[in-house]
Design a protein around this ligand. Structure first.
Ligand SMILES: NC(=O)c1ccc[n+]([C@@H]2O[C@H](COP(=O)([O-])OP(=O)(O)OC[C@H]3O[C@@H](n4cnc5c(N)ncnc54)[C@H](OP(=O)(O)O)[C@@H]3O)[C@@H](O)[C@H]2O)c1
Length: 276
């Protein structure tokens, strides 16, 4: 049974849900943030290794959110080495097992698998929450009434970040039941961008247009490393690499994963403009 748990990315889409659930269960949590607010968060900054050591010292388990940086394999290795006895639950991505061993995603996973005494890998599909995230699609859907994602018409197995968090919490609380396992985590259905736009349109009562930009356009203005990562990501989307469904959420939590329609219904206000 786990006692103290470090959650990195504690304000992120999955991290905040992991923290909420662990605290609700009465477990001591160190909620790591690069900009901690209040006494219930600790400083965890990928730019400052001293903060990893302090945050990871003495914890029994770590929810580890990789940074989307070229150096992530080394940074993740450094955190694991700060407390190699802790059970590490790493947030990776769907299809990691199909990638070449020298692919960035695989090297991040290997940094954990080859160093941590105990680990679980989470490989989720695309999160519902990118539709309400201001850094992703929120403003475009709300203000421009467009959902733009380079997919070539391929479906994605959209998953609610809360389902991912529930699987993470199960693995953090009972490492013995999840040690050495890699879980693909998806929602209940694979939907194209066009189908998601239709769901949004039907529920919002006005049209949301689907756009399928060529990958180069989607990567416009980004640094070369991020552009390369996105190019590879969109290629995998087009090839159906995020389309396969997995029963993990039901198997681990006993509950059906949330559908995209239910997620949209619960967040309608996010995409409504005042008076719109
Ligand atoms: N979004 C998806 O659909 C999806 C699908 C599959 C896999 N993934 C993977 O899941 C991971 C999380 O993605 P996301 O979109 O969910 O992220 P997110 O919600 O935007 O969270 C990003 C987190 O990074 C933290 N952060 C930012 N700068 C930091 C720093 N210098 N040091 C430490 N922490 C820092 C932020 O917290 P503070 O600012 O509080 O530090 C925040 O909690 C990524 O590796 C992504 O590739 C995402």
């Amino acid at each position: 049974m786990t006692h103290t748990i470090l959650v990195t990315g504690a304000r992120g889409k999955t991290g905040r849900e992991v923290v909420t659930r662990l605290r609700r269960a009465g477990l001591p949590v160190r909620a790591g943030s690069s900009r901690p607010a209040g006494t219930d968060q600790v400083r965890f900054d990928w730019d400052d290794p001293a903060t990893w050591r302090e945050a990871a010292a003495g914890v029994d388990a770590v929810y580890l959110m990789r940074p989307d940086l070229p150096a992530a394999p080394d940074l993740v290795a450094g955190v694991v080495e700060a407390n190699p006895d802790a059970h590490v639950v790493l947030l990776s991505e769907q299809g990691a097992e199909t990638l070449a061993p020298d692919h960035w995603t695989r090297r991040v996973e290997d940094a954990v698998v080859t160093r941590a005494a105990s680990w679980t890998l989470l490989r989720p599909s695309w999160f519902h929450q990118i539709l309400t995230d201001p850094r992703f699609h929120l403003a475009a859907v709300r203000d421009d009434r467009v959902l733009s994602l380079s997919s070539g018409g391929a479906p994605l197995a959209w998953v609610d970040a809360r389902g991912i968090a529930e699987v993470a919490v199960a693995a953090l609380r009972a490492p013995d039941d999840h040690r050495g396992r890699a879980y693909t985590i998806t929602g209940p259905e694979a939907l194209t961008v066009e189908a998601v736009a239709k769901e949004l349109s039907a529920r919002l009562g006005h049209e949301i247009r689907a756009e399928d930009p060529v990958p180069q356009e989607a990567a416009d203005g980004l640094d070369p490393w991020t552009a390369g990562i996105l190019d590879d990501l969109y290629r995998r989307v087009r090839e159906g690499g995020f389309a396969e469904l997995s029963p993990t959420v039901k198997l681990i939590t006993g509950r059906e994963p949330t559908s995209l329609g239910a997620f949209i219904d619960a967040h309608l206000d996010a995409w409504r403009t005042p008076g719109g």
